[in-house]
Design a protein around this ligand. Structure first.
Ligand code: ADP
Length: 533
């Protein structure tokens, strides 16, 4: 007797066999039917579906035999699986491989054997569909051989079908477990097959895409819920990376049914079954429109600041030249002007001077946008700083017939500030107080120490401000009524600059006013950040 050899793919072959065998298959009616059919077609008393395991062959289905297994070493099928073709033994007694085989010399007294290997789609021969007769035969006819091969492939199909069903059942089980988690989450969660077919979305996801919570989206394409770009990203990058490393994270989007798109931070996980085969993908996505919007606004702001700063620099030189030239014309340095020309030149001069102020203010503001980092902090006597701001505004006050009084009754002590910047803030406030006062009015500046701060107040008796517009007062370019105020001339940037300077020093600015009641602007500079008292 000759025991069968082991095929080259033995390890993988046995693994493939166990994949099928591990299935808790229901009573194998279909396999029984196939063996019955094989016995009928080949006119033999015994037909078997034999699985060739490492040491034994066991019978998945049997017709006409009451044995469950035999040793592999004495098995005919062990020989049959060594080749793709059908193994035919017309008379075992006449074959040296089997003549003294106990299955030949004893029950079931095999004389004729024909076995077609069960070949898996991967090419492993895991067993046979075989027929046995205790009587020898000539061999088998071609139709008989073809029938045996066809029935053997039916056996494999049945195994494959059961495997797929088991996989799907396992997936369904996992998916329903997942659904319990998904239902409770407020994030967008979904499941999809590796082909990009949606298996389900949680209520939060349905809401995000604009569908009712009980909508059934199973079977729809992933592409329906994302923009074309995001779909490509998910299928071409997300899925492959999730397959390779288990997960992928990136910025994609969710497309609502109305066509609008929500940017999301998306995570994709690849789930596998026990055999390591990809089962499905799950995803969690979080709306990041706000974050995206903030980044967009920050970028816009940075671009704007950059533009303002560059444009102002570029404007300054030519405008300065224009002002100088107009000044020379107006002063008659070039020569006497024709009648009427003097007036035109004066208007041009006033407006170019306004332009210079505007450019200067813009430059200041854009520099301040960069933050407080570049402040040069020094201890200075508060009243000294106020006096020097007053001195700067004094010519305007004199021209407007407005008196400026510094109330230094209390000791204002000293403050720790960037003197140049802080004086600019004070000049703006005192300048406004004068600009918006009527002739004969008084502007009073008071300096006060509280327990933990220094307060500087600029009070005027001018036209006042409608309390309703106070919240907008510090917006760049905002002016109460640009046309009405034109005579006074201003850029609408002064208060924006002032507030930024004060805030960069860690302080705040307060306003109390009413129409026709004058205005009271107060800078509060807390000690912790500003004063050295
Ligand atoms: P402007 O260059 O126009 O003075 P500001 O930013 O300094 O710009 O002020 C914004 C607006 O606030 C002014 O146009 C003016 O309408 C109003 N305003 C500022 N200070 C006073 C004040 N002391 N009294 C009345 N209105 C004021």
């Amino acid at each position: 007797m000759k025991a069968p050899e082991f095929p080259d793919d033995e390890v993988d072959r046995v693994a493939a066999l166990h994949r099928y065998a591990a299935l808790d298959s229901p009573p194998s009616t279909s396999f029984d039917e196939i063996t019955r059919l094989a016995a009928l077609v080949l006119d033999v008393p015994i037909a078997l579906v034999s699985m060739v395991d490492t040491q034994t062959q066991w019978f998945k289905a049997k017709f006409g035999l009451d044995v469950d297994r035999t040793g592999r070493d004495i098995s005919f099928c062990g020989h049959a699986i060594l080749d793709d073709g059908v193994l035919v033994v017309p008379d075992a007694l006449a074959d040296e491989r089997f003549a003294d085989n106990p299955l030949v010399t004893g029950p079931p007294h095999i004389r004729f054997y024909a076995g077609a290997p069960l070949r898996t789609p991967e090419g492993h021969r895991i067993g046979t569909l075989c027929v046995i007769d205790p009587e020898p035969r000539e061999g088998i006819t071609d139709p008989e051989r073809k029938a045996l091969v066809a029935l053997a492939s039916l056996v494999v199909d049945e195994f494959e079908l059961r495997l797929k069903t088991a996989e799907l059942e396992q997936r369904d089980e996992e998916v329903s477990r997942y659904y319990e988690v998904m239902g409770a989450s407020t994030d967008y969660m979904g499941l999809a097959t590796p082909e990009g077919v949606v298996l389900g979305l949680n209520p939060a996801a349905l809401e995000m895409v604009g569908l009712p919570p009980d909508a059934d989206v199973r079977g729809r394409s992933v592409a329906e819920f994302h923009s074309p770009e995001a779909t490509r990203l998910i299928l071409d990058v997300g899925f492959p990376q999730a397959i390779e490393t288990g997960s992928w994270r990136g910025e994609a989007d969710i497309r609502r049914i109305d066509g609008t798109v929500v940017p999301v931070d998306q995570i994709i996980l690849c789930h596998r079954d026990d055999a390591g085969e990809i089962s499905y993908f799950s995803t969690v996505a979080r709306d990041i429109s706000e974050r995206t919007e903030i980044v967009r606004l920050q970028q816009l702001q940075a671009m704007k600041d950059e533009f303002v700063s560059t444009a102002s620099h570029e404007l300054r030189t030519p405008i300065t030249a224009v002002v100088a030239s107009l000044g020379m014309l107006a002063d008659g340095v070039i020569g006497e002007l024709p009648p009427g020309a003097q007036e035109v030149i004066d208007i041009a001069l006033v407006n170019s001077n306004r332009l210079v102020r505007l450019v200067d203010d813009l430059l200041d503001l854009s520099k301040l946008t960069d933050g407080a980092g570049d402040l040069v902090m020094v201890d200075v006597a508060t009243v000294e700083l106020v006096d020097s701001a007053v001195a700067a505004v004094e010519p305007l006050a004199v021209a407007s017939g407005v008196a400026i009084v510094v109330d230094d009754g209390t000791d204002g002590g000293s403050i720790r500030v960037d003197p140049e910047r802080f004086e600019r803030a004070l000049v703006n406030l005192v300048g406004n107080a004068v600009k918006y006062s009527t002739s004969g009015g008084t502007v009073t500046i008071g300096v006060r120490r509280t327990i933990d701060a220094t307060e500087i107040e600029v009070v005027d008796e001018g036209i006042g401000i409608d309390p309703e517009v106070i919240p907008r007062l510090f917006d760049p370019f905002w002016r109460v009524d640009p046309t009405a105020n034109n005579a006074v001339g201003g850029t609408g940037l002064g208060l924006a600059i002032t507030r930024r300077i004060v805030e960069n020093h860690g302080g705040r600015i307060e306003v109390v006013s009413g129409l026709g009641e004058g205005a009271r602007f107060r800078i509060v500079l807390p000690d912790a950040t500003g004063s050295s008292n």
